[in-house]
Design a protein around this ligand. Structure first.
Ligand code: E4P
Length: 217
């Protein structure tokens, strides 16, 4: 299972990278704005900084909503750095652009996916990754994890290569449940990764080991 961090915050990305378990980064326009990164030049420069911190895939989202605009933007993003994956919204133009990029060998991440039908379309269009947003489904009292399980079943039925990237992950239980279901990737905040470290018996056990070591020395 790949671990992506869902942020544009460089220090969080550095911390996850330093832990040695990070496989990539996902961003979106809201996450960029949260870090105060605005304007095309600054956004492109920020993607480069992120690519220089991590070794894996970095999803960079287009903001165009028409096919021609998506192609223009996506080609510029892909040319920016070999680690960039072009992130496209699940709308008709996004599916068309996904097929275009897939035919050209440019990697894609189809985002804002909330149903099995949308995930099926993304796979048919040759998406590298599909991003079902589990947290946002949970927010409206719909089982986000069930969507991951249904997409897993459909993709396995037909051996689609598209990787399921569980997005809008909010906490450690989302990560663990996605792993049980067989999601290929998860993307979440730093806390969803570092939270996996924690167990009170680890802390008390270590404290006792260190105490006993001191007694013997
Ligand atoms: C996916 O790539 C999105 O950036 C993200 O996971 C959205 O998560 P949110 O629902 O916490 O905003």
């Amino acid at each position: 299972m790949k671990f992506f961090i869902d942020t544009a915050n460089l220090s969080d990305i550095e911390e996850a990278q330093a832990l040695g378990v990070l496989d990539g980064v996902t961003t979106n326009p809201s996450l960029m704005a949260k870090e105060g990164i605005t304007g095309e030049t600054n956004i492109l420069a920020h993607y480069k900084k992120i690519c220089n911190i991590v070794e894996g895939d970095v999803s960079a989202e287009v903001i165009s909503t028409d096919f021609e605009g998506m192609v223009k933007e996506g080609e510029a993003l892909a040319a920016l750095h070999p680690q960039i994956v072009v992130k496209l919204p699940m709308i008709a133009a996004g599916v068309k652009a996904c097929k275009y990029f897939s035919d050209k060998g440019i990697r894609t991440n189809v985002t804002l996916v909330f149903s099995v039908g949308q995930a099926l379309l993304a796979a048919k269009a040759g998406a590298t990754y599909v991003s079902p947003f589990i947290g946002r489904l949970d927010d409206i009292s719909t089982d986000g994890l069930n969507l991951i399980a249904e997409i897993r079943q459909v993709y396995d039925n037909y051996a689609f290569d598209t990787q399921i990237l569980a997005a809008s992950v909010r906490h450690t239980m989302h990560v663990i449940d996605c792993a049980k279901i067989g999601s290929d990737v998860m993307t979440g905040p730093l806390s969803s990764i570092t939270g996996l470290l924690k167990h009170p018996l680890t802390d008390s056990g270590l404290a006792k080991f260190l105490e006993d070591y001191k007694k013997g020395n």
